[in-house]
Design a protein around this ligand. Sequence first.
Ligand SMILES: [Zn+2]
Length: 344
Amino acid sequence: MKTLLPTSTAGSLPKPAWLAEPETLWSPWKLQGNELIDGKQDALRIALQEQQQAGVDIVSDGEQTRQHFVTTFIEHLSGVDFENRKTVRIRDRYDASVPTIVGPIARQKPVFIEDAKFLRQQTKQPIKWALPGPMTMIDTLYDDHYHSRKQLAWEFAKVLNQEAKELEAAGVDIIQFDEPAFNVFFDEVNDWGIACLERAIEGLKCETAVHICYGYGIKANTDWKKTLGNEWRQYEEVFPKLQQSNIDIISLECHNSRVPIELLALIRGKKVMVGAIDVASDTIETPQQVADTLRQALEFVDADKLYPCTNCGMAPLSREVARDKLNALSAGAAIVRQELANAN
Ligand SMILES: [Zn+2]
């Protein structure tokens, strides 16, 4: 990466109102058939352009072609029955009606490869593509086949690896796995969660990232955060083992969260996507606030390994708020970039 402090987002951006109901998760599509296919591509082009106009360095599809960051991938797999739904507790936080695993998991066809090729055609900038992580996937399903969280996660890791290899071949520069579940199930993360993640990235030559956050700014998550106390030390449980793992980049939440910044010392040596934009609030950060967060992170992360980012996806925000927050991210990164240049 040539630019110092290259900016990016955690992944999702709001969808246009003509494509899906705004400011809603799992929002149903408003188009059908070929109109939906075209509409998704048009939305992807807009999401890319908005990132470019805000000066984002590492761009993404804004997750415009998927309904949800976990469900859409699972919908493309065999072994999952979407009619047969059970209510489970997601990340120990809220109940949701989820599909059932009824047989062996397999990926019969590519999921996002055509979308990734389409994005690759639109830009020469580095692109990042997000996939759900194995542990977060198993937490969004009822398992009536393997009856083992570890084995089901391992099976997902294998199909994620197939998808990731094709994303790499399509020209994706960074493949990111979203693992909010890593902030909840610490013993399992250390026992087998990180091993599953390493299985998912096996043989990849492109860069790899894991995104671990406190979730979208939805009520279930903000209520949960209120129970976490004054210091959020969840990262402390999983960082030591992640530091030893083959993952290149760790994407985490900083601004407005109660994560003690010194926990970043536990992943010394890794590249870090530092969340400098709060996605749970409509208040637009000032460039100075973004710069402050980045300066704090620089005490624990070498400048050439720091990637300014958002805390999480921005799908539930309004387009205007998301746009303003992207601009703030760029402006804040520019301040610190200048300071680093002056210091040298
Ligand atoms: Zn997130």
